[in-house]
Design a protein around this ligand. Structure first.
Ligand code: COA
Length: 317
C-alpha cells in the first residue's frame, strides 16, 4: 500500500519574537540575522509557560485528524519526533496518545533531531506498506526556546517553537511516499548537540555553524539527487522541494545545486525560524493552504540535523 497524506495540522504559539526583540537580549542586529539566516521572527512559548511538547503535538494532531475526517480511535500508531521531550520517558507520543484519546494506537518517539520528521515518515510508510497499520499520525513537536542559552548569540537567534502533525493512511501504491533514504554519521555528533542540564560543556545547545552549514548543503543535495534517481525520476520531474527550514542560504544553495527554480521551493524560515522536526509539516501545511499540493505533484521532503542524521522521502500527492 502507499502511505498517502490524509490530513495536516499545525500548532504554534501566538507570541512572536522579532529580530529587534533579540537585539535587546544579545549583541546582534536584525541586519546580521536577516542576511546570515533569512529569519525575521519566530513563534515562541511565552516565558513561564508550563506547556510541553505533547500539548503542542496534541493540538496539531487534533487539527490533522479533523482535516482527515478521522477520529482518534481510527489511529493505529503515533510517532513523535522531537529534541526536547516532555520527560526522559515515557515517549512524548504516549502523552499525545492520552491527550487526544487514541486508545487503539501504539506510540513511540523518534530522535533524529531536525531530521526527525523525515525518519518518522519513513517508519509510517513501512508500517502502512506492510499492512500492519491503516492510519498513522506522524508528529514533529518542538519546544526549543526554553532550553537554549540566551547568552549565546550563535544559537539563540535561530530557533522557534511549533508542532506539525500529518495523518498518513493506506492508499494506492502509486501515491504517497514512494521511497525514502535515511543516513547517519555519528562521528560528526560533536558539531551539533543539546546538553542535559548539569552536563559538562556548553549550557544548552552547541553548534559549529560553519560545519553544519556545509554538511547541510552537501548531504541534502546528495540525498535528494540519489532518492529521485532511485525512484526512476529526473530532478526536473520534481514539482516541490519541501526542505527543513534552518537557513534561507542553505535552502537556496541546495535548490541551486539541484537546478530547481525558486517557485519549486517553499520557504517559511523567515516567519518561524528553525523549528527542528516541526518545520517540514509546517511547510507542507503552507503548501496545502496555497493550493500547491495537487494530485500527481511530485515532492521531495528532505532534512538534516544533529547526529548527524539526514534523509529524504520522495512522495507523490
Ligand atoms: N549576531 C552578530 N554576530 C554574530 C552572531 C549574531 N547572532 N552570531 C555570530 N556572530 C559573529 C561571530 O562571532 C563571528 O564574529 P568574528 O568574526 O568576530 O569571530 C561572525 O559573526 C561570523 O560568524 P560565523 O559563524 O562565521 O557566521 P556564518 O556566516 O557562518 O553564519 C550561522 C553563522 C550560524 C548563521 C551559519 O553558520 C549557519 O546558518 N549554520 C547552520 C546552522 C543551522 O542550520 N543549524 C541547524 C541545523 S539543523
Amino acid at each position: 500500500m502507499g502511505a498517502v497524506i490524509r490530513g495536516i495540522g499545525v500548532y504554534y504559539p501566538e507570541t512572536v519574537l522579532t529580530n529587534s526583540d533579540i537585539e535587546k537580549i544579545v549583541a546582534t542586529t536584525d541586519e546580521w540575522i536577516t542576511t546570515r539566516t533569512g529569519i525575521k521572527q519566530r513563534h515562541v512559548l511565552p516565558k513561564g509557560s508550563k506547556l510541553k511538547a505533547s500539548d503542542f503535538g496534541a493540538w496539531a494532531a487534533k487539527a490533522a485528524l479533523e482535516k482527515a475526517g478521522l477520529t482518534a480511535a481510527d489511529i493505529d500508531g503515533i510517532i513523535c519526533a522531537n529534541i526536547n521531550p516532555d520527560k526522559q520517558f515515557p515517549a512524548t507520543a504516549c502523552f499525545i496518545q492520552a491527550k487526544i484519546g487514541a486508545t487503539r494506537a501504539f506510540a513511540f518517539d523518534v530522535t533524529a533531531a531536525c531530521a526527525g520528521f523525515v525518519f518518522a515518515a519513513n517508519m509510517a510508510a513501512l508500517l502502512i506498506d506492510s499492512g500492519q497499520c491503516g492510519n498513522i499520525l506522524v508528529i514533529g513537536s518542538e519546544i526549543i526556546t526554553p532550553v537554549l542559552d540566551w547568552t549565546d548569540r550563535n544559537t539563540c537567534i535561530l530557533f522557534g517553537d511549533a508542532a506539525g502533525a500529518v495523518v498518513f493512511s493506506a492508499g494506492p501504491k502509486e501515491r504517497g511516499i514512494l521511497l525514502s533514504q535515511l543516513k547517519s554519521d555519528g562521528t560528526r555528533s560533536e558539531v551539533l548537540y543539546l546538553n542535559n542540564p548539569g552536563d559538562d560543556g556548553p549550557r544548552g545547545m552547541f553548534m559549529d555553524g560553519k560545519q553544519v552549514f556545509k554538511a547541510a548543503v552537501t548531504e541534502i543535495t546528495e540525498i535528494v539527487k540519489t532518492t529521485v534517481a532511485k525512484g526512476g525520476f529526473a530532478l526536473t520531474d520534481l514539482d516541490l522541494l519541501v526542505m527543513h527550514q534552518a537557513n534561507v542560504r542553505i535552502i537556496g544553495a541546495v535548490a541551486e545545486k539541484l537546478g530547481l527554480p525558486p517557485e519549486k521551493v517553499i520557504v517559511n524560515v523567515d516567519r518561524f525560524g528553525n523549528t527542528s522536526s516541526a518545520s517540514i509539516p509546517l511547510v507542507l501545511h503552507e503548501a496545502e493552504s496555497q493550493g500547491r499540493l495537487k494530485p500527481g505533484t511530485l515532492i521531495a521532503m528532505a532534512a538534516v540535523g544533529g547526529g548527524m542524521s539526514w534523509g529524504c522521502n520522495l512522495m507523490r500527492w
